[in-house]
Write a protein that binds this ligand. Structure first.
Ligand code: GDP
Length: 310
């Protein structure tokens, strides 16, 4: 039997890593548990940014330069909506084929299909062999607290380009969120669990906030490795570093270890952070040092190989 690998995934960093991982393991032995905290209703459609990035990346259609959407996209629908004066089209971008994915998802959800079922249908249509399971089928929305009150993470990220101060983070709906079918079973039957290089607060914590997921991971802690999304104290892309410092965590590999120590036994840190190895160990987490920068697919393959060899 092929050994099951489970990955916890946000968006960009996860997509980069997973397209390497799927080249070194049997793709259908990989179960990806995806973040839903960024999901939002916009244009009257249900958009699942992180899950779509991962799906497109594994279908080899992802626009990795832009970081979201499909390569070679047109934006006629968005432009048409702008001309019509729809406010959503002023701040949220979706390419034309991306619109099609979201129309299809919304159509099925309005017919009563849970998100996990729709996600599975979409990944199969895109030819993706690995399972992609949203952490929950329930509505769970990540929000940040700003000077003007609580706003959704997507507004903070996309509309405000994470340039405004924040002093709070919450996951609305988490108390009632049940894990989607297959999530706990995947964790409990995994040979290895990998936390992808993803924003610890905005991509991984929403997954952990779903009932039972953190407990299942803790019970399997010896199998869980995480790849630090911070390299030299900085995020490669996005607000992970500034969110950590604004919300009271040291933006460093030691800070990541502190956030993950309950459920992660090994943290993979970049060679530039090798001097921090001891600080990670002081958090009770093993540290493995390697190149974690994924400039292209070859780097992702190499990183995946080394992570698996641990
Ligand atoms: P968001 O963009 O902050 O919402 O977070 P995502 O969960 O989508 O993932 C982005 C994270 O991936 C960022 O914190 C990046 O630092 C990290 N990341 C992106 N590319 C790389 C890479 O090549 N190596 C490592 N180690 N992390 C990366």
């Amino acid at each position: 039997m092929t050994k099951r690998i489970v990955a916890l995934a946000g968006g960009v960093g996860a997509a980069k890593f997973l397209r390497g991982l799927t080249r070194v393991v049997e793709a259908d032995s990989l179960y990806i548990i995806g973040n839903v905290g960024d999901n939002l209703w916009v244009f009257g459609l249900y958009v699942a940014p992180d899950i779509d990035i991962v799906t497109y990346a594994l279908a080899d259609l992802w626009d990795d330069e832009r970081g979201w959407g499909l390569r070679g996209e047109g934006f006629q629908v968005r432009d048409g909506l702008r001309l019509l004066g729809l406010e959503d089209a002023e701040w949220f971008n979706l390419g034309d084929r991306d619109f099609a994915t979201c129309i299809f998802r919304t159509h099925l959800m309005k017919r009563g299909y849970p998100l996990s079922r729709v996600t599975d249908i979409i990944r199969v249509k895109f030819g993706v062999k690995s399972k992609i399971i949203p952490a929950t089928d329930n509505e769970l929305v990540t929000q940040v607290h700003t000077l003007d009150g609580w706003i959704t993470f997507e507004e903070y990220y996309v509309k405000h380009r994470f340039s405004i101060p924040i002093d709070g983070l919450r996951f609305v709906g988490a108390d009632d969120a049940e894990p989607a079918p297959g999530v706990i079973e995947a964790i409990n039957s995994a040979h290895m669990i990998i936390v992808c290089p993803s924003n610890p607060l905005a991509s991984i914590q929403p997954i952990l906030s779903v009932k039972g997921i953190l407990e299942a991971l803790k019970a399997n802690r010896n199998k869980v490795s995480a790849i630090s999304p911070l390299v030299g104290g900085r995020a490669i892309k996005g607000p992970a570093d500034s969110m950590m410092s604004q919300l009271g965590y040291e933006p460093s590999v030691a800070g990541v270890a502190k956030l993950y120590r309950e459920f992660v036994s090994t943290l993979i840190i970049d060679t530039v952070d090798s001097k921090e190895q001891q600080k990670v160990m002081e958090e009770g987490v093993n540290a493995r040092v390697m190149n974690t920068l994924m400039g292209g697919v070859n780097d992702s393959v190499e990183l995946a190989r080394r992570v698996l060899s641990g």
